[in-house]
Design a protein around this ligand. Structure first.
Ligand code: BGC
Length: 778
């Protein structure tokens, strides 16, 4: 008979309240008169997140555990498909009683999680609570824009707010840990998971990594509205060869450190408590067996003291990678590398105790992993309140409040990018008598929710068609399906053409279904799928004024569409307020200000394509043969990184650095004026890029180093100030030292990564040699 009162209860006496976890304020730009804050990614001062009393508690509990119980804490299982059904509990009940389960995920609901937790804390020998995880990616019940879309807001504050709400809702349903944010840099649009991250750029990506981490975790992990966050997938998953999911990655350590790791480091500095290993190998070593990544870089260099979880069966898959002959081999490889918790594959549960007893894995290595799992539970306050106060009533009232809906609409509006607007076709007039909405996606409420939509419900969502009907209560709004992304059937096109002909304007909604840009959804061709291009051509032939609304989770190759349609609006998958936000933009109630967080190619063959490329010895030039180019398509993108139009116009000044020479300890203040030269207020996104003109290692043609989204009234001028320090100049040199090299640098400002004004400054060191820069939290 297990004891009624947990043996560890006494250990808690005297343990002070858990420390407030470090929530580093963004590195705000200092402001001049009329200055707006700059959203630069903050690494913030590093704060060791260990809670008071944690070490003593964890050590004492560890001392009570058998080897099997320790291994049990490293075992994470998924609930059954129907998470509220009895099967989820029953299936694991025996294992939970035996202390074989440290964490469960895909189990949702206050009552269900309480029932399982009750089992763990009353019927297992040591009463250790379970930590419940879930993929809460862009909302729980209130769905927000998919992460790539939200990054198009260039407003990390929105990312923080939506993550906070997602955490509040999910926590009310018994969830304690989200497998988000996904911070993988992605430069190959064929890769379906590009939708889950913040796009191609480490600087923008770091800003969103910080904001989302802080949003999920809140200021105190013990709060019943906080979730532990996970920076995933560690690392370089987005660099999968040929954009094929799970494929190998072969990149230099420099590219790894300069491009793929910064958002992870930023998340660690922001206090993220867990990381998830990635499915890919890197230079021959699978991430789940990669000690360089998981121990040397993550723990030794960055000082991470949280927990690392595997991806789904990632440890077992080491067998397929071919780096071990049996479970014991791969279990040893993973625990040696520093992977603490085994998601689903049960390799640890089956092999780890044997590995310790046979001496192949040191007991201390297992203890270290268990310590991290227990520390996580301690930091969540689970040893004080394993249920975190969840109740069915609280769960019900926590979901989709009017305030959450308002944030969902604002996030959605800010994420929309006006790609093209020839002749100011947009905004459309609200006085139009008849409007036709064409395209299967236009009436698809489910699609608005996007991939990884949590428990978002189509019934809560507003389609484009519904949004337009609400915006135009007096107009006749017609609808015809025309064509769909998932079928080559063209039989609906004639009816769509007839419908459009009856209207004063047509709104053509085309793109992808949400499951086309998702895990295991790489595409070899990123054109508009199905018969949608035929529909576009047919609509064009009618001569009816037509605007295109895109719904998609990756850059698409839109060369032909762009060449025949005057107005194109990128709406991604915006969540439950998709239709309202889209109508706000189409009819001018909201002036779009989103900018692309990722480059759009002309054709698939251009990918990977990204703005921070190298110059090469033969810089691209479409009119010169022996340069780095294609003979059948321009080397330039269709829409560059940072691109996005507005219903007003902005002029951006050349950057004005506070000095022409910078020294290692200096912070250069770079001022930029942005003036609204049009006739209505709008949001400008000022972008500051830098180029190291000469380096011992070739440098990208531009790198983002500051940005700020600001509202500017018609005729108004605002001045922004961006700090540039030695860290902003640094890169990994031939010996993998993080250095800034003396010489000239060019600063660029402008509307996107391809255009704008520039100015040079000089970086000087006392002896004319490079300086080594600390690659620590800012
Ligand atoms: C994905 C992860 C996810 C996990 C759990 C895996 O297939 O790669 O991103 O967190 O499943 O659902």
């Amino acid at each position: 008979m297990p004891p009624r009162s947990p043996a560890w209860r006494a250990l808690l006496a005297g343990a002070a309240a858990i420390a407030v976890l470090a929530a580093c304020a963004p590195r705000a730009a200092t402001t001049a008169p009329q200055t707006a804050p700059s959203a630069t990614p903050s690494r913030g001062p590093r704060v060791t997140p260990g809670a008071p009393g944690e070490d003593r508690f964890v050590d004492s509990l560890l001392a009570m555990m058998t080897l099997e119980e320790k291994v049990g804490q490293l075992n994470q299982l998924s609930g059954l498909a129907d998470p509220t059904g009895p099967g989820g509990v029953e299936a694991g009940a025996g294992q939970i009683r035996r202390g074989e389960v440290g964490s469960l995920f895909n189990v949702i609901g206050a009552d269900t999680t309480r029932a399982i937790q009750h089992l763990a804390v009353t019927e297992s020998r040591l009463h250790i609570p379970i930590v419940f995880g879930l993929d809460v990616i862009h909302g729980f019940r209130t769905t927000f824009p998919v992460p790539l879309g939200e990054a198009a807001s260039w407003n990390p504050e929105i990312g923080r707010q939506t993550a906070r709400i997602a955490a509040t809702e999910a926590a009310a349903a018994g969830i304690m840990w989200t497998f988000a944010p996904m911070v993988d840099i992605a430069r190959d649009a064929r890769w379906g998971r590009i939708v889950e991250g913040a796009g191609e750029d480490p600087f923008l990506g770091s800003a969103f990594a910080v904001a989302r981490t802080q949003g999920f975790q809140g200021s105190d992990l013990r709060s019943p509205t906080s979730l532990v966050a996970t920076a995933k997938h560690f690392a370089a998953y987005g660099a999968a060869e040929a954009g094929r999911d799970y494929n190998v990655v072969d990149i230099s350590e420099r590219t790894l450190r300069d491009v793929y790791l910064p958002p992870f480091h930023a998340a660690v500095c922001a206090g993220v408590q867990t990381l998830m290993s990635s499915f890919n190998e890197i230079n021959g070593v699978p991430a789940h067996a990669n000690r360089l990544l998981t121990t040397q870089i993550l723990r030794d260099e960055w000082g991470f003291d949280g927990m690392v979880v595997s991806d789904w069966t990632g440890i077992g898959e080491l067998l397929n990678h071919g780096i071990g002959a049996d479970s014991a081999d791969v279990g040893k490889a993973a625990i040696d590398a520093g992977v603490d918790m085994d998601m689903v594959s049960e390799v640890y549960r089956k092999a780890l105790a044997g590995l310790v007893r046979s001496g192949r894995v040191p007991q201390a290595e297992v203890d270290a992993a268990v310590r991290r799992v227990l520390a996580l539970k301690y930091r969540l306050g689970l040893f004080s309140d394993p249920f975190r106060g969840v109740s069915a009533a609280g769960e019900q009232s926590a979901m989709v409040t009017p305030a959450y809906r308002a944030v969902a609409r604002e996030a959605a509006r800010q994420s929309i990018v006006l790609l093209k607007n020839d002749g100011n076709v947009l905004p459309l007039k609200k006085t139009l008598a008849t409007v036709a909405v064409i395209g299967a996606l236009g009436a698809d409420t489910g699609a608005t929710i996007g991939n990884w939509g949590g428990i978002g419900r189509p019934a809560d969502a507003v389609s484009v068609l519904d949004g337009i009907r609400r915006a135009l209560p007096k107009a006749s709004v017609l609808y015809s399906r025309g064509a769909s992304p998932s079928s080559s059937d063209t039989t609906g096109i004639a009816a769509a053409v007839a419908t459009a002909r009856r209207a004063n304007a047509a709104i053509l909604v085309v793109g992808e279904t949400p499951d086309m840009s998702a895990e295991a959804s790489s595409r070899a061709t990123i054109d508009l799928p199905g018969a949608q291009m035929q529909l576009v051509r047919a609509l064009r032939a009618t001569g009816v004024p037509t605007v295109v609304v895109l719904m998609n989770g990756r850059p698409l190759a839109l060369q032909e569409l762009d060449s025949i349609m005057p107005a194109i609006v990128e709406t991604w998958f915006l969540g439950i307020e998709h239709g309202n936000a889209t109508a706000d933009v189409l009819f001018g109630d909201y002036n779009p200000g989103g900018r692309l967080p990722v480059t759009f190619p002309r054709v698939t063959g251009q990918v990977p394509i990204y703005y921070a490329h190298k110059n090469t010895g033969r810089p691209s030039n479409d009119s010169t043969k022996y340069t780095s180019r294609y003979i059948d398509v321009s080397y330039t993108p269709l829409y560059p990184f940072g691109h996005g139009l507005s219903y007003t116009t902005f002029t951006t000044s050349a950057p004005r650095p506070s000095a022409t020479t910078m020294r290692p300890g200096d912070t250069l203040q770079v001022e930029v004026d942005v003036t609204n030269s049009g006739s209505r207020a709008g949001d400008a996104v000022v972008q500051l890029y830098i180029r190291d003109d000469v380096g011992s290692i070739t440098r990208p043609v531009r790198q983002l180093r500051g940005f700020s989204r600001v509202t500017v009234n018609a005729g108004e001028k605002r001045t922004l100030r961006f700090p540039i320090s030695v860290r902003d100049l640094a890169f990994h040199d031939a010996s993998m030292r993080f250095v800034a090299e003396p010489g000239t640098f060019t600063l660029f400002t402008g509307p996107d990564a391809e255009h704008g004004e520039s100015v040079k400054f000089t970086f000087a060191t006392s002896d004319g040699r490079p300086v080594v820069v600390a690659d620590d939290c800012r």
